[in-house]
Design a protein around this ligand. Sequence first.
Ligand code: C2E
Ligand code: CA
Ligand code: CA
Length: 721
Amino acid sequence: MKLHELPGPDGAGAGAADSGRSRPFRLLVISLAPAAVVPSAWLLPAGRLDVGFLLLALLTVAVSSRVGVGIPRTTGRITVSDTFILLALLLYGGEAAVLLAVAEGVCSSLRISRKALTVLFNGAVMGCSTCATAWALRLSFGPPEEALRSGRAATLVTLVCVMGLAQYVFNSGLVAFDKALKLGRGFARTWREFYLWASLTYFAGAAAAGVLARLVVTFGFYPVAAAAPVAAIVYLTYQTYLKSVEAAATQAAMAERHVQELNRYLAEQERISRELEESREHFRNAALHDALTGLPNRTLLTNHLKLAVEHAKRRPGYLFAVLFLDLDRFKVVNDSLGHLAGDQLLVQLARRLEECIRGADTVARLGGDEFAVLVSDIEDYADAARVAERIQAALGRPFRLGGHEVYTSASIGITLSATGYEDPESILRDADTVMYRAKANGKARHELFDEAMHARAVALLRTETDLRRAVERDEFRVVYQPILSLVTGEVAGFEALVRWLHPERGLVPPSEFIPVAEETGLIVEIGRRVLFESCRQLREWQARGLAREGLHVSVNLSGKQFAQAGLAASVAGALADAGLDPRCLRLEITESVIMGNAEATCATLERLRALGTGVSIDDFGTGYSSLSYLHRFPVDTLKVDRSFVSRMGEPDENGEIVRTIVTLACNLGMGVVAEGVETAQQAELLRGLGCEYAQGYLFSRPLDAEAAALWLQGVEAEARP
Ligand code: C2E
Ligand code: CA
Ligand code: CA
C-alpha cells in the first residue's frame, strides 16, 4: 500500500500534493527510513535470493503497482505489489521485503510525481511500515519462513491476519498522520474517514500472499509461476467483469442523474406552466375588468348580457333589467377637487353600487362616470325601480374625498328585457338613451325605456340604414320655395329644400332624416348633391329665360357641412359645374351654427364671401347672437324665424321682436326675409315694419322643379303688364 494510491479529497492522491504543514513529519519519516533500509541491506541473505526473487522484484517494481484488483463501489484497490511485497516477506525474509518495498514505493511515486520530498516520503513510508510488519511477524511467530513451513492451517491464518493488520496499521497510520497534518484535522477522524475501508485490501493482499507463499513452499516456485497465465486469465476476466460492473454502475448512476434531471425539468415545466396560467388569468382578468375600480368592464358586462338574452329567449317569463347610471356632478368634482379626488369618488361609488346588488347581478364600469347594473331574474319593473332607488339612497350619503365631503346623485336609465332584445348593444344603447332623458328631466332620478321609445329607436335605426341606401340610390329630390319682395311683389329667389323620395314611405320630410343624416355624417354628401342640383337648376331656368337677372337660389348648409374643411372648394365646384354666377347663390346657415364657434365661422364666411356668394343667417332670433360678432360677419341677410312671424297676429303681440330684427338688419346693412308667412295680415304687418322680403305658404308651398318653372312663368306673366 502506497501513499499515492490512497484515496484523498484532492483526488490526485495525498502524496501528489505537497504541503508545508506536513513537511516536518515527512522529513522525520524520511530520516527514519535509513534505520530500516541500511540494516536490511546489510543483513540481506544474498544467498537466498534466487531467480524467483529477482523475477518477483522485477514484477513488483515494474508492473505490479499498475496492476490491481478493484473493489466494486469503493475507490480501494488491492494492488498486486502489496501482495508481492508480503510474498517476498514470507519467502525471502523481512530484509528483502523492506528493500523491495522501498524500491516499489519510490518507483511508483515517480510515475505520478517528480517532487523529491513526495517520492522519498513514499519510499520511506513503504520501507518503514514493511520493516515494522516484518518485526511484528518475527516477534509473534519467529522467522515467518518457518511459520509458513510448519504447515498448520491455523498458524498460517493467524500469520496472514497479523501480517495484514500490521502492514495496515503502520502504513495507513503514517499516511493518515501526514494527511491529517495537511488538512489540519484530527488524526483519528482522518484515518476513519479516508483509510478505514483500506483495511480490507490489506487483509485480502495478505491472504493472497499467504496462499501464494504456501503454494511455492509446497510445489516450488516454477510450478506456481507456471500458473501465472491462469492467474492472468482469471485476473483479466475479473477485470472485464469489473469493468462491466463499473459500466453498469456508471449507467445506473447516469440513469439516476437523468431521472433526477427529468424530475427537475418536469418540476420546472410545471412551475412555468403554473406561472403562465397565473399570468394568463391575470391578463384575462385585466382584459375584463376596469383597472381603477376593479369592477367588470364593458366587455364582461356584454358577455353577461349575452347570456341573459339567451336565457330570456329560452325561458318565457324570465325578466332582467339593465340600469344605466351616470353621475350628475362628476365633472364638477373633477374640475374643482382634481382627478385624484374624481378617481376616489369612482372607487367609493363602485363599492356602494356593489352593496346595492345581489350576488347574481353584475355592476360594471363602462368608462368615465358611467356605470351599468344588470339585475337578473326580476318579477316586474317595480323590482328594477327598487334597485334604482336603493342606489340613489346609497349615493345620498356623502362621499369623503381627502378631507372634503361631496354629495352626488345619479341619473339612471332602465331597460327591461321584456322589450325583446336580440343583442347587448341595443340594450345598452336604449338604457343610455333613457338615462339622458332622466338627466334632462331633472337629474337624480330614474326613467324607464318604454315601448314608444323603443319603437322610436327602432325607427331611427331603420332610418339610418335606409338613409345609407338612399345615398347610394340617389333618392333625394330638391324642391323650391319662392322668396318674394314685399315691396314689388316680384320673385327675389328660391329656397332649395331637400326631400327624400323613400321607395315605401314616399316623400319623407327633412325633419325626419336631417338629424340622422347629421349624426351619421351622411349630410355632407346629401348637402353636396342639393348644392350641385340647385345651382344646375337655376342655371337651367336662366338658360330657358325663366329666371330674370338677380334671381338667386338659397341653399341650406348644415353644421357638419359648415365645419367641413373643403366647403369653399365644394361650393366653387358646384358653381363651376353649373356655370352659375356666384352672386346667384346664397348660403343659409342657422344662427346657432354661426355663433357656435365665432372665430372659425369668421374665417369660413370670409372664404365664401371671396367666392362671391351671399350668406343668410337662418332661423334668426332662436339662437344667441353676439352683436359684436354679428357686425363683423360678412352676412347679407337675416331670416326671421317662422315662430316670430306666426305669433305676430296674436292679440298681445305687436311684432316688437320682428321690428327689432328688421331695425338691427337695417343698421348692419343687411336684408331681411320673414319666413313662414301664412296670412295676408302677417304680410301686411311685415310690410308695415319695413321687412323687405317674405317666404311662406301664403305665396307658395315648396314646389318641385317643374312646378316652380310653371310658377315662375305665371309670376312673370302676372308681372308683365
Ligand atoms: P328651414 O331652413 O327653416 O326651411 C324652411 C322650412 O319652413 C321648410 O320646411 C318649409 O317647407 C317650411 N315652410 C315654409 N313656409 C312655411 C309656412 O308658411 N308655414 C310653415 N309652417 N312652414 C313653412 P322643410 O322643407 O320641412 O325643411 C325643414 C328644415 O329642414 C329646414 O328649415 C332646414 O333647416 C332643413 N333643410 C331642408 N332642406 C335642407 C337641405 O337641403 N340641407 C340642410 N342642411 N337642411 C335642410
Ligand atoms: Ca333655410
Ligand atoms: Ca328657417
